[in-house]
Write a protein that binds this ligand. Structure first.
Ligand SMILES: [Fe+2]
Ligand SMILES: [Fe+2]
Length: 308
């Protein structure tokens, strides 16, 4: 029997409670200030008459700066994300405890990244602030605002996507301090992914066909949460060319492992629309494979061309 949205919230509440306990037992307390090299900081121009920002202030590669900006702006839109999940999941019981805990953890990510970027002068602080204003004024809205299963499926993939993107951004900086910070943030994102992944696994057992449909819809329409950042297309392309986050990683390191955990391709409890959704997911994954391979070929050709 398909469950309505309220029934889903009620049925999943004990699963939320169990996974919240699991999360709290595994999450490590950490402090953003410990990850920032404060003594490298210098006063900026303007009110206090310090030194203006110059791109030469930092040795970080351009693409690492671009990725850091995208990752930070994505974290900055937390008020919008909080609004979306608090509206959908509610603020009561285990759901509410999770919503607030998750929000508090995500808040730390933006704080840490901004402090690091400002102190090390890795990016233009005026441009960054203007980009933050533009991005937050646009806000973020969930593609499936009234659908719990779609929303859980989306965040399961999205948390893993941000984990990979943070971790690879850290590597791309070539700065052990940034790498350490981003690895720390990525570890949080991984725990968030596990929480949502476990939740959807339980939903699959409650309502396999509706869960399958939700997963297929979300995979087919997937966009990164920062996709409405100004100039995102250009930024995402340079991030993909640098191998920080590309279609191959999206398919093989984000979608595949989560789909495998839900056993989507070997489930025996699907029928009707669930079965149809699984078929369309399979062909979508095949077409992603073709696109990813094509991108890799083009990137390699470009690398050879530039090396000449
Ligand atoms: Fe985050
Ligand atoms: Fe997260």
């Amino acid at each position: 029997m398909p469950l309505d949205q309220t029934a889903l919230l009620i049925e999943l509440e004990p699963v939320v409670a169990t996974n919240l306990d699991r999360h709290l037992s595994l999450a490590k307390e950490w402090f953003p200030h410990e990850y920032v090299p404060w003594s490298e900081g210098r006063t900026f121009d303007g009110l206090l008459g310090g030194e203006a920002y110059s791109p030469d202030d930092s040795k970080l590669p351009d693409v690492a700066r671009t990725a850091l900006i995208v990752n930070l702006l994505t974290e900055d839109n937390l008020p919008s994300y909080h609004h979306e999940i608090a509206t959908l999941f509610g603020r009561d019981g285990a759901w509410g405890t999770w919503v607030h805990r998750w929000t508090a953890e995500e808040g730390r990510h933006g704080i840490a990244l901004r402090d690091y970027l400002t102190v090390t002068r890795a990016v233009d602080p005026v441009e960054l602030e203007r980009a933050r204003m533009t991005h937050m004024e646009a806000g973020y809205s969930n593609d499936h605002p009234d659908e719990i299963l779609h929303s859980i499926a989306y965040v399961a993939f999205q948390e893993l996507a941000t984990r990979i993107s943070h971790r690879n951004t850290g590597k791309a900086t070539g700065d052990p301090i940034a790498e350490q910070l981003l690895a720390r943030v990525a570890a949080d994102e991984n725990l968030h992914m596990v929480f949502y992944r476990n939740l959807l696994a339980a939903a699959f057992d409650l309502d396999p066909n509706a869960s399958m449909r939700a997963v297929t819809d979300v995979v087919a329409g997937f966009q990164m949460p920062g996709a409405n950042i100004e100039g995102f297309g250009r930024k995402a392309l340079s991030i993909a060319l640098a191998g920080i986050y590309d279609l191959r990683q999206h398919r093989d390191e984000v979608l595949q492992p989560v789909l495998r955990q839900w056993n989507v391709f070997s489930r025996t409890d699907l029928s009707g629309d669930g079965e149809a959704a699984r078929d369309s997911l399979a062909s979508h994954m095949d077409s992603l494979e073709v696109q990813a391979a094509r991108f890799e070929e083009k990137r390699e050709a470009r690398r050879v061309r530039l090396a000449r």
